[in-house]
Design a protein around this ligand. Structure first.
Ligand code: GLN
Length: 384
């Protein structure tokens, strides 16, 4: 019998909406990928490495030069110290890092807690390893983590917590206070924490990103996941990493060796260069994204969307109930066909399917595309 976890799944919501967008020539504010590639110098380093070689298997844990750069990045930005030898693991993107972490750190019947709205790969991967998923439910408006919702899900039976900050799709960057509450609740248990921090540099309005691992007692419990795709607008490269205490990273390494074994060496060389020499890129990107967010939020508010606060990531959420009686999914499909703009229905991130009147906009695009999308929406909603 095929594995029912996967056999029962539809095509991912991101692929579904992108394919539909292409078929209708719609502007794609659905799937979150930038429409401009990252730093040329970084790409040139990778191209040179590809031409010069070697192009054979790099070490399974990643090239030394990249592991050192990842450790240097954690030290530079957060004062976190990881040994590049056995506390850093290079993966084929954040998605592989999440899969490997779940496979390695949880097993049959273990409770794994994750935040809902939940990024699409989390639940199937946890269920595929036989874990029992419990959710910490965030609610609009505000999508805030409270002690009450945390305690409702995390307890003595929790084996692992999967936390995502900055949070996709909610656009939240959990505050120090929210992180401290999470740490307090976790420290009462034996749980480990898988911290998906792929949007760590895309934080707006000067807010800090607080890795859970920086809080007292948490470094030994946390594996942190990072992504060159998000830092350098190279999402197709699929270069990511895991950092954490050697006991936990060592376990994730065991899963990684049989998932992808390794990651293309030229891309690793390019990313190592980026982490050392191109960190101005994410700074400039963040400023640009913040501008896009503001233009989008103002335009949508004018049109009657109830825009939720957005503190980071590529994404903004909004309530559509002032505009339509439809559910989010039907609304998104209609907008692609009739307005020529693709979005993601937020119910795709909830097991129960509710709330079902919210949509997610990706604004990691050129400003002109955001403006064009707003013009299309304006025309659609205001012309009778
Ligand atoms: N992370 C992207 C998003 O949230 C999707 C990536 C994918 O399609 N797997 O839009």
């Amino acid at each position: 019998m095929p594995n029912p976890v996967f056999a029962g799944l539809p095509t991912s919501i991101f692929q579904h909406m992108t394919i539909l967008a292409q078929a209708h020539d719609a502007l794609n504010l659905g799937q979150g990928f930038p429409d401009q590639d990252g730093p040329m110098a970084l790409r040139e380093v990778a191209a040179r490495a590809l031409v010069d070689g070697p192009n054979q298997y790099p070490p399974s844990k990643g090239l030394g030069v990249l592991r050192q750069a990842v450790a240097g990045h954690a030290r530079q930005f957060y004062g976190l110290s990881y040994d590049p030898e056995d506390e850093v693991l290079v993966t084929s993107g954040g998605t592989e890092a999440i899969a490997g972490s779940l496979m390695a750190l949880a097993g049959q019947g273990d409770e794994v807690v994750m935040i809902e709205p939940t990024y699409d790969s989390y639940r199937p991967m946890a269920e595929a390893v036989g874990a029992v998923v419990k959710t910490v439910k965030l609610a609009p408006p505000g999508w805030r983590l409270t002690e009450e919702v945390l305690r409702a899900a995390i307890g003595p039976g929790t084996r692992a917590v999967l936390i995502n900050s900055p949070h996709n799709p909610a656009g939240r960057v959990f505050s120090r206070e929210e992180m401290e509450t999470l740490a307090k609740v976790v420290l009462e248990t034996d749980a480990v924490v898988i911290c998906d921090e792929v949007y760590e540099h895309l934080v707006f309005d000067g807010l800090p990103h607080i890795p859970l691992a920086t809080l007292p007692g948490m470094r030994e419990r946390c594996v942190r996941i990072g992504s060159a795709g998000k830092i350098f607008s190279l999402t197709g490269w699929k270069v990511g990493w895991v950092t954490g205490p050697r006991e936990l990273v060592g376990l994730v390494f065991k899963a990684h060796q049989f998932l992808t074994f390794t990651t293309p060496p030229a891309l690793q060389t390019g990313v190592a260069h980026g982490l050392r020499h191109e960190m101005d890129f994410p700074r400039a990107l963040t400023a640009r994204l913040q501008g896009n967010r503001d233009i989008l939020a103002a335009g949508l508010t004018r049109l009657g969307f109830a825009v939720q606060p957005c503190e980071g990531t590529y994404f903004l959420t909004a309530d559509i109930s002032n505009l339509t009686n439809e559910k989010d999914f039907a609304f998104c499909e209609r907008l692609i066909r009739e307005a020529g703009v693709a979005l993601i229905p937020l119910s795709a991130f909830f097991k129960s399917g509710t709330p079902d009147t919210f949509v997610r906009f990706a604004f990691c695009k050129q400003q002109s595309l955001i403006e064009q999308s707003l013009e299309r929406l304006e025309k659609y909603f205001t012309v009778p």
